[in-house]
Design a protein around this ligand. Structure first.
Ligand code: T1G
Length: 656
């Protein structure tokens, strides 16, 4: 099999070109190819060497598919040492995204140039790892301690211009990368630019307190994760040890991270997220319906957030409300959201204004006539939804996709209200819709393959992570939330307090304990839904009696200032004896014997409730694969990434 790395002389420049689709990952063949090419260049007529990649990006990192298997030589650090020890200057020419081992390759070169559109980053921390090929030692020497810590502990890529300002890129090439980089390399030769090893540079001045400041911040921001703290130790070593000593520490800590359950979990998620975007049985070449204009029905919190998702992706949106006042309120929610994004520095004023300009409003369904997609986002009343879809059936153009944002209702029943159920689909956004990344895409029995394929691709356009669900009450996430919530109520009656349950789950890693989640969502939501059910349908009163009593006391959650907790004037939850009295009263009425309950029991019973329901969802074919369920719970329900998702966690416990 031919090597993915080619080498040729372009005049006096030896050009190493990597061509290993899709992202030029540093597979064993790529590493061996670069080692051979560098060795060839040492003995030929070249005066300098350039490393460039074909395809859509510079090297995007080590080959993650090789992780967890025996490492084959040449090891990446060895390859990078060969690059850096070249007797001739080596120039890296960057386009696309130079990430992880890709950036480390560029940093082992002596000079770096990049297209303005290029980005560089060290995202290893998102895999529960740290840069394991000199990144923790070379980056601080080139960019300083703070920039290095920011780059490695956030894992976020930075634009080429920022990389240049930080000292990680030397030159921006404004036109064709190949010819521009060749010309620049010849300029360097003409200037007599020396072999410049980043490993020999010393770390610029830094604030000695920075390491402890980062440790304190990371203990909160990346609670329980080991890689971020190891990154701090490695960068600290770059400031007080030799390069070789620092490399030895980096290797030791890299291997510790690689072998950790956290990294296995986060690497699982990396592939799970990408697998979720694929629909078994629907080919990549399925023709998609063009989506240029979108309609959103409902200007509430969800409708406004959904409208922003599309506007932020440059797609024009018409928002429909029932009256001018309601429409004005809806548009003001959007204005407030954009204002907040600008204030938090998430969006520039100009970008926010450009996005906002793409959103218009109307009270007339006729204005939806040219929309390629319409999303209904009104409150959870199935009859109202059917009425809306009958109207959409009247006004939407042939081929328009009609989607419902329902979080529970029967998408097939909604589709049946139209003459074109094949064009109907569920797009379940999570609140706040313009921030939460998860999108449950609910495939109805009649949903056409091209409609599903179009929405899955559109999800990526609006920067969401799509997961396909079949039709059932609550789809994947909310259906699993149901037994989770019921088990919480049983734990309270049996002796745990709301604060103990929430603390146990948050210390285990959940972003928010269940009682705080219920207070945030509003206890009245479940209460109203139960009013429509018979006693049989409601199930065991132990699972809902306490929240019903609280709602009837006017305690509907954070929005009313009290639910399972009281909330102080800054919205912080405070344990409330009134609630404890209600719990004990209900336990007595229902004959529940109370006892001391351990935190471990709380975690074990709540995670089991999720996993057992997840298994049913899989058995029923509602979810395509177990890893899809993990993606739902990580991106929609605050499950800790370091545990990989409920299904992965259960398997890892079983195999431990
Ligand atoms: N290794 C193997 N396959 C990879 C890969 C990688 N590093 N990156 C992407 N792929 C596959 C991916 O699975 C998918 O495959 C296809 O490429 C397109 O990816 C020693 C230890 C580069 C920004 O973490 O961030 O270097 O599903 O759908 O949205 O210090 O991929 O088509 O079969 O994501 O355009 C560090 C991970 C590794 C970068 C492109 N690097 N990749 O995004 O496409 S650890 C990373 C990304 C490391 C060193 C350490 C993104 C992307 P398939 P995609 P995209």
């Amino acid at each position: 099999m031919s090597s993915p790395v080619s080498y040729k002389l372009d005049g006096n420049i030896g050009v190493i070109s990597v061509n290993f689709p899709p992202v030029n990952a540093l597979s064993q063949a790529v590493r061996a190819g670069i080692v051979d090419a560098i060795a060839t260049a040492q003995g030929d007529s070249s005066e300098a060497v350039m490393i460039i990649c074909e395809g859509r990006t510079f090297i995007a990192g080590a080959d993650i598919t090789e992780f967890g298997k025996p490492i084959q030589s040449p090891w990446l650090p060895e390859m990078l040492a060969d690059v850096e020890n070249s007797s001739k200057i080596v120039v890296a020419a960057i386009h696309g995204t130079a990430l992880g081992g890709g950036l480390e390759t560029a940093l082992s070169a002596h000079y770096r140039c990049a297209l303005p559109s290029a980005k560089i980053g060290l995202p290893e921390v998102k895999l529960g790892l740290l840069p394991g090929a000199g990144g923790t030692q070379r980056t601080p020497r080139l960019a300083g301690v703070k920039a290095a810590l920011d780059l490695m502990t956030s894992g976020a890529p930075v634009a080429a211009s920022m990389a240049r300002d930080a000292g990680l890129v030397d030159k921006i090439i404004d036109d064709d990368l190949y010819s521009g980089a060749i010309a620049w390399t010849r300029e360097l030769l003409a200037e007599g630019a020396p072999v410049r090893k980043s490993s020999e540079q010393s770390v610029p001045e830094f604030d000695a307190d920075i390491f402890d400041e980062y440790r304190a911040m990371l203990k909160k921001r990346a609670r329980g994760q080991i890689a971020p703290l190891h990154i701090v130790s490695c960068v600290e070593a770059a400031t007080n040890k030799t390069f070789q000593e620092g490399m030895a520490l980096e290797r030791e800590m890299f291997m510790a991270c690689m072998e950790s359950p956290q990294s296995a979990a986060m690497r699982h998620l990396f592939f799970a997220e990408r697998q979720a975007a694929k629909v078994d049985g629907i080919g990549k070449d399925t023709p998609l319906r063009p989506i240029k204009t979108v309609g959103v029905i409902g200007g509430g919190t969800m409708g406004g957030g959904i409208a922003m998702c599309f506007a932020n992706a440059g797609i024009s949106v018409t928002m429909i409300e029932i009256s001018d006042d309601a429409l004005a309120r809806g548009l003001s929610i959007i204005d407030k959201n954009y204002g907040g994004s600008v204030k938090r520095g998430k969006l520039s004023q100009d970008k926010a204004a450009a996005c906002r300009a793409l959103i218009s409003g109307s009270t007339d369904y006729a204005s939806l006539a040219e929309c390629d997609l319409v999303i209904e986002a009104v409150f959870e009343d199935p009859e109202l939804k059917k009425r809306i879809f009958r109207q959409l059936d009247e006004v939407c153009k042939p081929g328009a996709i009609m989607a419902t944002n329902t979080s529970y209702q029967d998408v097939d029943a909604i589709a049946a209200a139209t003459s074109r159920p094949q064009d109907v689909i569920g797009t379940h956004f999570f609140s706040p819709a313009h921030i939460m990344k998860l999108l449950e895409v609910v495939r109805g029995a009649s949903t056409a393959d091209d409609v599903l394929a179009t929405v899955m691709k559109l999800a990526k356009t609006i920067r969401k992570i799509p997961v396909v669900s079949g039709v059932c009450y609550g789809f994947i996430g909310n259906r699993m939330l149901n037994p989770y919530g019921k088990t919480v109520q049983l734990l309270l009656l049996e002796g745990a307090t709301p604060l103990q349950v929430d603390t146990a789950m948050e210390e285990w890693g959940m972003a928010m304990g269940p009682l705080r989640v219920f207070d945030l969502a509003g206890l009245d939501v479940g209460y109203k839904a139960r009013q429509a059910l018979s006693d049989d349908e409601k199930g065991d009163p132990k699972t809902y009696q306490v929240p019903d009593v609280l709602v009837e006391m006017g305690r509907t959650g954070q929005k009313s200032g009290a639910g399972f907790y009281e909330y102080d004037d800054r919205g912080r939850p405070v344990a409330d004896q009134v609630v404890q009295n209600v719990i004990e009263e209900v336990a007595k009425d229902l004959g529940v014997e109370r006892r001391k309950i351990s935190d471990d029991e709380i975690v074990e019973r709540l995670i089991s409730a999720l996993v057992n329901e997840g298994r049913k969802i899989l058995d029923e074919g509602i979810a395509q694969r177990s890893s899809d369920i993990d993606v739902v719970y990580i991106y929609g329900y605050g499950f800790p990434v370091s545990r990989g998702g409920p299904m992965f966690y259960a398997d890892s416990q079983r195999n431990a």
